[in-house]
Design a protein around this ligand. Structure first.
Ligand code: DQA
Length: 144
């Protein structure tokens, strides 16, 4: 079965207890279960989280080398990591889809969140739908 990499950046390992008013009260295990249900055996869900920029970059190389589509929540790296942007560009330039997702709508929050250095090279961007942002991204991969 083909896989999708669902990559999550810093502090998303704390979902469930982190700012539930912004991010809800469900954790990454619940997200994995939701996505597995949606995928219904058509794609295998490889969900990972790291606080480490280098690890995230290495996972994007893996996506290029294995031609595996990516759903990426870069978290705070969204707003300033040119290293992550360059690695994400390798994915989409290789013709592999990479969808940027956010649980919240960063444009409705602090000004520093209004900039994404990732969006310009992403296949698409989905934000503001809670875990629904990941589900919509997965749906777009299942339509292909
Ligand atoms: C986030 C939004 C970012 O601004 C923030 O730094 C996060 C989570 C989101 O999913 O809404 O960590 O990417």
């Amino acid at each position: 079965m083909s896989s999708v990499l669902v990559l999550n950046g810093p502090n998303l390992g704390r979902l469930g207890s982190r700012e539930p008013d912004v991010y809800g009260s469900q954790d990454l295990d619940s997200l994995r279960q939701l996505l597995e249900t949606d995928a219904a055996g058509r794609l295998s869900i490889d969900l990972r989280q790291t606080n480490d920029e280098a690890e995230l970059v290495s996972w994007l190389y893996e996506a290029v080398d294995t031609a595996t589509p990516v759903i990426l929540n870069p978290a705070a790296f969204t707003h300033y990591s040119y290293a992550l942007r360059d690695a994400a560009a390798l994915v989409t330039k290789a013709g592999v889809p990479l969808i940027e997702v956010h649980i919240s709508n960063p444009h409705a929050r602090e000004t520093f969140r209004h900039t994404s250095v990732i969006s310009g090279i992403a296949t698409g961007v989905i934000a503001g739908f809670g875990f629904g942002s990941y589900r919509l991204a997965l749906a777009s991969l299942l339509w292909r």
